[in-house]
Design a binder for this molecule. Structure first.
Ligand code: ADP
Length: 195
């Protein structure tokens, strides 16, 4: 459950330091992975003071029907066997609100074109702050200093995903992660970062 700004009870049964436990889903999209930006993106969230509580690399596989639909995009994807493959259904749920958009087929193609790295970050106001750190959807308008403003130029290849609301974050985290894949752990500098 998302506990925004409430005191959390420590894993060992005693009261832990008070800290915000809001969580959000951040994903390095296939272009970000291809361009070796995973480390820089993680670094920004660590530096800001957020806590990583879950991370995995995976390839979303395309169904044959959609592979046909998107054949105009023409690409071959070679993925190491160690990369987890998941169904494209997950992606269609993730982007369910965009199904009617004209760019939806190309968005599915883009998101299945190579591995993605999905992460859950935790901390005070992390949903809203992450959106600010990531920048506007269209990199043309993204401020320098944001991920999209520093690393991308086109809306169709904007490097990173960040949940846009608390409700969206909760839904997306449940979609991409099993409960046991997320860790509750205490950062030693937590008290210096949020109270
Ligand atoms: P955000 O990712 O900033 O939350 P949206 O939810 O509106 O933005 O869109 C999801 C993703 O769809 C964008 O990040 C981008 O990859 C893609 N997208 C959005 N608008 C367009 C567009 N006009 N053309 C191509 N791709 C788009």
């Amino acid at each position: 459950a998302l506990l925004d700004g409430h005191r959390a009870v420590g894993q060992r049964g005693k009261s832990s330091l008070p800290h915000a436990r809001e969580r959000t889903l951040i994903a390095v999209k296939p272009d970000g992975v291809q361009r070796r930006l995973i480390g820089q993106i993680i670094q920004r969230f660590e530096q800001r003071g957020f806590k990583l509580v879950g991370m995995k690399m995976l390839q979303v596989s395309v169904s044959e029907m959609n592979a046909f639909t998107m054949s105009v995009c023409n690409s071959s994807v070679t993925v190491d066997v160690s990369v987890v493959k998941v169904s494209e259904d997950l992606l269609s749920q993730h982007y369910s609100e965009l199904r009617a958009k004209p760019f939806y087929p190309s968005l599915l193609y883009y998101m299945t074109s190579g591995p993605v790295v999905v992460m859950v970050w935790e901390g005070h106001n992390v949903v809203q702050t992450s959106r600010t750190m990531v920048g506007t959807t269209n990199p043309t308008e993204a401020q320098p200093g944001t991920v999209r403003g520093d690393f991308s130029t086109h809306v169709s290849r904007n490097v990173v995903h960040a949940s846009d609301s608390l409700e969206g974050a909760k839904r997306e985290i449940q979609l991409w992660f099993q409960g046991q894949e997320l860790l509750n752990w205490d950062c030693c500098d937590q008290k210096s970062i949020s109270e």
